[in-house]
Design a protein around this ligand. Structure first.
Ligand code: IVH
Length: 665
């Protein structure tokens, strides 16, 4: 593991690819073959997937736009790929048991399994042949990685024996055994290449490699843990897995049937200790209701089945020395202290930085300069400092003194009562705050102007854009002077800015970046008050009348609009035709679907799923994510999951096509 080397390689690759992009797209010159170019891009994609801490929205890999890799064909999952609820202590498992008892009201049995830490996969078998392998993707559709999956020797391409359904899907986890991972890293070192961070990221990065002959060289493996089909010849999970083993699947041995909570706890305690001896990584255990009928009875929420849960092992801790503290300034001026640590290995990755949250946290932990600190990895990418080892403290060590002025613009910091964080009040003069506001303004959920962070920095550093209204005064000639811009890209940027003038008022209000005014609050204020003028002239009482708006938000809105600079910015936005009031017929196109609860499923021909969802809202309807007897109808596209279809039929929910839907409007 060597993070600096990876960082350098990623930076090199980004720079080289950007240069080739420029040569190719701007200067129409190509200095390398397509093959060589693809190799570079692939190397970068894989490194980024394996090392998410180096994520950069401006990386050339981000031109594809979504987390689903565009180079793979996507297909809908026949049954959505759900995730599992997590539990962290025995009490939460007891809650799970209590709920099951209440709903089932009869005897039931659990199956306890290990929670393998890799990348989930769904394999489709038709007449005994592997026909498709999809990654989880967004749960509804995934990337077709069949060619890569076929390189995993333990996955049967043709099933053994008999008795399997004509069509079924089997799900499992693609993982990299520790021995293979270590060997891979030794080989990397021998070749003078950067090493991989951890087995899980390496497995998911490998699955997404374009060249399957390279995948074949990585010792991936796959455990299968869940079969689904409309026609399964068993009535419980345990038997289905035993049978699947006979068909040639690698079904893990570590499965136990349990009937009591104590048996579950024993399973957990045993594996919490023994896991360190396993030849692969696990991050918890999974508890499933065994009987299929009982599983159906318990059903599922939009995100996860109610018949299963996972128990996550306690995060691993490491101890290391705190070398210094850096202070980051966010868009709102909030200061976040970050611990710089002597690099230490924690749960498979080298950690050099950890979050300290705020001044209170530092005080609470009583952190002294050069202390030895315990760090822990939670769900977040950045680990956190959770404690200190006072026994290793030098007797002369001094407590950390929190900064009193902004590390960027040297303005004295303020801390308002009730706020956990210190703030730099120099809103309009502190560079990271200004850049942060510009970034927020152009972001997808706000004005959706296609601008990368690096370009915003360029625009700001060159003096072209100092506040959000400056975007609307940009000329193509100005943009062309910037590095990396050519005719086409400059035109695109100007067009994107022009198009943002159609963004509805509620999103403009959100884009302004008023403290505490997130998407939902902006929507509520815009709907209730209708225009920026009304908001500016509203008294605090009037603001408080808006649903869900309390003192804190009302005050923040008032302060924002009292500021002369903000008034000036709004005037300039208005002069340029940015939407500053709710346009009734834009918001509401009609009321054909008034009060109707609608669910959409599948892939549509004329409109995207998002467009259909928007149309539903703009005609007074409500989008829902799971079918119930209250659903008014289901708009079905191609490849709609059979389970959804069946459920709709069972509940007598009318099913209509895309064309019928459009006709209703
Ligand atoms: S069952 C509907 N069993 O954990 C339930 N999942 O957050 C389907 N996982 O996405 C999952 N080991 O990638 C199941 N023995 C196991 C598992 C397991 C690992 C992963 C899986 C899933 C995630 C749940």
């Amino acid at each position: 593991m060597n993070n600096p080397e990876i960082a350098v390689r990623i930076a090199q690759l980004r720079q080289t690819i950007n240069k080739h992009n420029y040569n190719y797209y701007v200067k129409s010159e190509s200095l390398i073959s397509d093959f060589e170019y693809d190799q570079l891009l692939n190397e970068l994609k894989v490194l980024e997937a394996e090392n998410p801490e180096f994520f950069d929205p401006a990386s050339p890999t981000q031109r594809v736009g979504s987390d689903i890799n565009q180079d793979f064909k996507q297909f809908p999952h026949t049954y959505p790929m759900l995730s599992l609820d997590n539990t962290y202590n025995p009490e939460e498992i007891a809650e799970f048991e209590k709920r099951n008892k209440k709903i089932l009201n009869e005897d039931f049995e659990y199956v306890c399994e290990l929670k393998y830490d890799g990348a989930s996969i769904s394999l489709r078998y038709e007449n005994g042949l592997l026909t498709r392998a999809l990654t989880r993707g967004d749960g509804e559709k995934g990337d077709d990685v069949t060619a890569n999956i076929k390189t995993i020797r333990s996955i049967p391409l043709k099933l053994h024996g008999s008795g399997y359904p004509e069509l079924f899907e089997i799900r499992g986890e693609v993982y990299l055994p520790l021995a293979g991972f270590n060997k891979l890293n030794e080989q990397q070192l021998e070749k003078g290449l950067p090493t991989f961070a951890n087995p899980r990221n390496t497995a998911s990065g490998t699955l997404k490699m374009q060249n399957s002959s390279l995948v074949a060289k990585r010792p991936l493996d796959c455990f299968l843990y869940y079969i689904i089909s409309d026609t399964l010849p068993f009535d419980n999970h345990y038997d289905s897995l035993q049978k699947a083993r006979e068909w040639g699947f690698k079904i893990p041995e570590y499965i136990t049937r349990c009937s009591t909570l104590d048996e579950i706890y024993n399973f957990i305690n045993y594996w919490d200790k023994e896991r360190k001896k396993l030849p692969f990584e696990i991050d918890g255990i999974v508890i499933k209701i065994n009987d299929f009928n009982q599983q159906r009875k318990l059903g599922m929420t939009a995100k996860s089945p109610r018949w299963a849960t996972s128990y996550k092992f306690k995060a691993e801790q490491a101890i290391t020395r705190l070398e210094s503290i850096s202070y980051q300034v966010g868009r709102t001026g909030a200061i976040t202290p970050v611990a710089n640590l002597t690099p230490v290995l924690l749960a498979g990755t080298t950690v050099k930085r950890a979050s300290l949250h705020n001044a209170d946290q530092i005080k609470l932990l009583d952190i002294h300069v050069n202390d030895y600190v315990y760090i822990e990895k939670g769900g977040e990418i950045i680990p956190k400092v959770v404690g200190i080892d006072k026994s290793q403290r030098n007797s002369e060590a001094k407590p950390v003194e929190y900064i009193t002025e902004c590390p960027e613009c040297h303005t004295p910091l303020v801390r308002t009562e009730g706020e956990a964080k210190h703030f730099c009040p120099n809103e309009n003069g502190c560079p990271p705050q200004i850049k942060g506001k510009l970034e927020h303004f152009v972001s997808r959920k706000a004005m959706d102007i296609g601008l990368a962070e690096a370009t915003i920095s360029q625009l700001y550093d060159s003096g072209l854009v100092n506040d959000i209204s400056d975007f609307y005064y940009l000329k193509k000639e100005d943009v062309l002077k910037l590095e990396r811009f050519a005719e086409k890209s400059a035109e695109n940027l100007i067009r994107s800015i022009e198009e943002s003038k159609n963004v509805p008022f509620e999103r403009v209000l959100f884009a302004l970046g008023i403290r505490y005014v997130g998407e939902t609050v902006a929507k509520k204020i815009a709907k209730t008050l209708g225009s920026i003028e009304k908001i500016i002239s509203a008294s605090e009482e009037e603001l408080l009348e808006v649903e869900e708006i309390g003192d804190k938000i009302a005050q923040s809105v008032e302060i924002f609009f009292k500021d002369e600079k903000n008034k000036y910015i709004i005037q300039r936005l208005s002069e340029n035709g940015v939407q500053l009031k709710v346009i009734k017929n834009y918001e509401q196109l009609g009321n054909a679907l008034e009060g109707k609860s609608i669910i959409i499923s599948g892939v549509f021909e004329k409109l995207s799923r998002d467009e259909i969802k928007q149309l539903i809202e703009k005609h007074g309807g409500k989008n829902t994510s799971s079918i119930s007897s209250k659903t008014d109808f289901l708009v079905a596209g191609d490849n709609i999951g059979p389970s959804k279809l069946q459920k709709a039929q069972k509940l007598n929910v009318p099913i209509i096509s895309e064309d019928q839907f459009l006709a209703m409007l």
